[in-house]
Design a binder for this molecule. Structure first.
Ligand code: DP6
Length: 335
């Protein structure tokens, strides 16, 4: 059923950094993950996306950061629009304009913020009125991590058990201001390579070839539950070791994948080493490192340790710059 009304909607959405990683798809058609994951939504960085359905258009038009998109990035958006058209029972084409207020090639998760913003803007422009939960379920088809960017603060994406995916969705655990002293020192390393393989494909190589994958699946639920409690209690002494253990487990799976997945540079590894050294010297966890499928490192610490941690890390050779981010709000419609 074609509609003749033109509708525009604009959404803004943030990136997030996973403390428990999503890595492995159990059902590709429904975009269901093997394990639940947990993330912190980040402040300040935003993707802003406008979608306009228009029966006068004769194809979808996708403009990303001011340039007409083509190839993989365009195909991903068009497939996502097709899903929204099916849900809304409409057949008209759309114009999508999306821009990030941070460098896309910087390796800071732009697919999470991008698809979370697209889920909101495309569904609203198509006339659907989706709950936040339904938006998180829609966003995962663009990028799994996007399901978590709907919410602010500390967010869990529940893998669920049902084959139909109805119990797979993100939910907010704690609001952005829950733990004001917690900061994410984002460490941008020089010469971070551009991702060659999409995470969605790379993780399936891990499922198929990494001998560490099955063990990781058994360990993740306890780690996630421990983190949820440690965040609830604002207890860095319990949280930070779990964050690093989880990151090490993710990296082990990547490194034992065939062909191997190596996302870090020598500088990224030096940052991990420096955090370990700092914690050893202090005799307790002052900071925790984590990284996604990229070379930049996120170092979580508390306000009172930040000057010391930042001085040590920013002084390492090969660091482009560091920025301090706190937990921030989720995605929202822009009037
Ligand atoms: C390591 O499927 O969300 O960041 O589709 O390639 O953008 P792309 O990524 P996605 O995979 C995210 C993998 C991760 C861990 C995480 O964010 O949970």
């Amino acid at each position: 059923m074609a509609r003749t009304t033109n509708r525009t909607a604009t959404y803004e959405a943030p990136p997030n950094i996973a403390l428990v990683k999503y890595w492995g798809v159990r059902d590709r058609a429904l975009a269901l993950p093997y394990n639940s994951s947990l993330s912190v939504t980040l402040e300040r960085m935003r993707s802003r996306t406008s979608v306009r359905f228009d029966s006068d258009l004769d194809d979808d038009a996708v403009v990303l950061n001011g340039e007409e998109a083509s190839g993989g990035p365009r195909d991903g958006v068009v497939r996502f629009l097709d899903r929204v058209r099916t849900m809304a029972q409409r057949s008209d084409w759309a114009e999508v304009r999306s821009a990030n207020n941070f460098p896309t090639a910087s390796g800071l998760a732009s697919s999470a913020s991008g698809f979370a913003a697209l889920a909101g803007a495309a569904s609203a422009a198509a006339g659907l009125r989706l709950s936040d939960r339904a938006l998180s379920q829609l966003a995962r088809y663009g990028s799994g991590s996007a399901s978590r960017s709907i919410y602010g603060g500390f967010v869990e994406w529940r893998a669920g058990r049902r084959p139909d995916g109805r119990d797979c969705y993100a939910r907010p655990l704690y609001p952005p201001r829950h733990w004001p002293a917690l900061v994410d020192l984002v460490v941008l390393v020089e010469g971070a390579p551009v991702k060659e393989v999409r995470s969605a494909d790379a993780m399936q190589q891990s499922v198929a070839t990494s001998p560490a994958f099955a063990r990781r699946q058994r360990e993740v639920p306890a780690r996630l539950a421990g983190m949820r409690r440690a965040i609830g209690d604002r207890d860095a002494d319990r949280l930070f070791p779990l964050v690093m253990e989880e990151c090490d487990s993710f990296r082990e799976v990547c490194e034992t994948t065939r062909p191997t997945l190596d996302y870090l540079t020598a500088t990224s590894r030096a940052v991990l080493g420096e955090v370990r050294a700092l914690n050893r010297e202090a005799g307790r966890p002052l900071a925790a490192y984590t990284h996604d499928a990229g070379a930049h490192v996120h170092v979580f610490t508390l306000d009172r340790h930040l000057p010391r941690v930042r001085r040590r890390i920013a002084g390492l050779p090969g660091i482009e710059r560091t920025l301090v981010l706190r937990p921030g709000p989720g995605s929202r419609r822009i009037p």
